[in-house]
Design a protein around this ligand. Sequence first.
Ligand SMILES: *Cc1c(COP(=O)(O)O)cnc(C)c1O
Length: 382
Amino acid sequence: MIPYGKQNITEDDVNAVIEALTSDFLTQGPKINEFEKAFANYIGSKYAVAVSNGTAALHLCTLVLDVNSSSRVITSPITFAASANCVKYCGGEVHFADIDPKTYLLDINSVRSLLKKHPKGYFQGIIPVDFAGNATNLEEFRKLANEFNCWIIEDACHAPGGYFIDSKNKKQNCGNGNFADLAIFSFHPVKHIACGEGGMITTNDEKLYHKLLKLRTHGITKDPDLMQNNDGGWYYEMQELGFNYRLTDFQAALGTSQLARAEEGLKRRREIAEKYSLAFKNNKSIKRQSGVVEGHAYHLYIIETEKRKELYDFLKTKNIFCQVHYIPVHTLPYYQSLGWQKGDFKNAENYYSKCLSLPMYPTLTDKEQTFVIETIIGFLND
Ligand SMILES: *Cc1c(COP(=O)(O)O)cnc(C)c1O
């Protein structure tokens, strides 16, 4: 069986988890801090906050940016629903702009025209997604966001290790915090780094960093410098309404161990992508993601074909399990109940009618990939 994505757990990973399990701490021990430091270092951000999953990361981001019932936030219809749901968790309104049909990323021109339709201050934030691992040009988004006093949360779940080249010819890693206020990652097994469940928020903003730390653990602080009173050694203060969004120590140990192999995995993903691209280059019934950045992190390798459903079903009979990313968020029944409709975002919906994510994970063998390619080409040429 060949799935579209798969985790890679090595003996080192298993040993790291065992070591954490047999230590004094199962949660909130030293492994969390170790993972956060290593991750911030890898991404190039000042701060990192480990949380229980990517969705919790998004929720904490909208909380610390004060999203509330009068907030309006723009995101892409082609993403996992969580990118939009985090706004709803805080009672805010989600708005969508269309995607660029070439890159599949949130189209900055579509965002600009939406922003311009309303007075300044109507929208509070933008959540661009480094979809499939293709890094968003956040330098351009930052300029636009500044013009309209908006914050940016970068949903970088697909792109740890990804980057774009800025106007000064400098590499800008996804999630490095140079342009976005906050960025989030997920460590679900299908993503680059697996913790079982897990997530991370990165930022360069010290104030937001301290807010995140507090809200991750019930809004409680034990830091004497931050407390209003101090009754003694046992004392803590719950200063605002937070959550239990902590990661466990053994998950963090797994994350740190996985992170040590992140570049290796990324290299293999890029090799696999190159082989697909070469194989499909001259095929008239296959369209590929174009306008991709050199720093594409290839969480997904996507093709578009008119015979998507037939191809998906046929591959299944050959034990190749592809997937579709994503059903446009605005067409999900919940979002339709909020007033969005099919037909609202033509590029996103046209993309959805044709897209298919092919097997893409570091342990996919050359032989398996050749089989996938030959099966696809054989079917489409028939
Ligand atoms: C996986 C994912 C999330 C949510 O992460 P979880 O860890 O599954 O909660 C959010 N956004 C995108 C784009 C994702 O791919």
